[in-house]
Unconditional design. Structure first.
Length: 263
């Protein structure tokens, strides 16, 4: 948020807010309210007047129409930032997890991300933990309260298997790349992008688990630690790579990926 990083810009906003919400005829009182020297207040006043944001009217310092619009725009930007930050920092009191073993109410649970699913285990230590809110059998959903720590998570790996335009060839896919994809897919979730991806999956004997909203779903799954083989037509492979790199620009632990041509 630029306004929070710019001390001078923030002070200009506070100066305009002060003269808009209170009547001031002396710079000394403005300086006292803002916790600065009179000389500092004078310098800000001259700068705001020069920019057409402040005027001395009948002996009073007032924000001009342009100044009020400026103030409104800055507060709108600040509000949007606060709203966005508040959502990102929302405090979670209770979360739902899959029970990894039989659980009794009040048990201390370790939380783990396994194949993209949050799993709670009684008796297993974890950097993230909580208390079971009720009894649960293995495989049931359990509510976990009094959360502490952060779930240990490493991003999954994505293999973008690029399908040439001849993907529907009657000969099917051959060669080392195709054999490798068939081998790796045993431990990966398969995603099929577009009709070309579905045809390729059939040719390779693979069953896709992700067929709709494929690109964002693949990135989200990888962020949750799931390994993915993405079957993508050559003309859409760049779209997938761009989405991965855009996600990596925001992640501390980057999603590892590679692009493989299927011949």
């Amino acid at each position: 948020m630029e306004l929070l990083r710019d001390l001078k810009g923030s002070t200009r906003v506070l100066f305009l807010y002060e003269v808009t919400t209170s009547r001031h005829t002396r710079l000394r009182t403005i300086a006292e309210r803002l916790g600065m020297t009179v000389q500092g207040a004078s310098e800000y006043a001259h700068g705001l007047e020069h920019d057409g944001l402040l005027a001395l009217v009948n002996g009073e310092y007032r924000a001009t129409k342009k100044g009020v619009e400026f103030l409104h725009d800055r507060f709108l930007e600040l509000r949007q930032f606060v709203d966005r930050a508040g959502k990102e920092l929302a405090f979670v009191e209770t979360t739902a997890a899959m029970a990894g073993n039989p659980i009794r109410r009040g048990d201390r649970l370790g939380l783990f991300m396994l194949e993209g699913v949050l799993v709670a285990h009684r008796g297993l230590p974890s950097p993230s933990s909580g208390i079971a809110a009720h009894d649960a059998s293995k495989g049931d959903v359990v509510a976990v309260r009094d959360l502490e720590g952060i779930v240990a998570l490493r991003p999954g790996r994505i293999i973008v298997a690029r399908i040439p335009s001849r993907a529907a060839s009657r000969r099917g896919f051959q060669g080392a790349a195709a054999r490798r994809i068939q081998r790796d897919a045993r431990g990966f979730v398969v995603a099929a992008l577009d009709v070309g991806g579905l045809v390729a999956a059939k040719e390779l004997g693979l069953k896709p688990r992700i067929e709709f909203g494929v690109v964002p779903a693949v990135v989200e799954a990888a962020e949750r630690g799931v390994n993915i083989v993405l079957l993508a037509p050559e003309e859409r492979a760049a779209e997938a790579v761009h989405a991965i790199e855009a996600a990596n620009a925001k992640l501390e632990d980057k999603i590892p990926y590679e692009s493989v041509a299927l011949g």
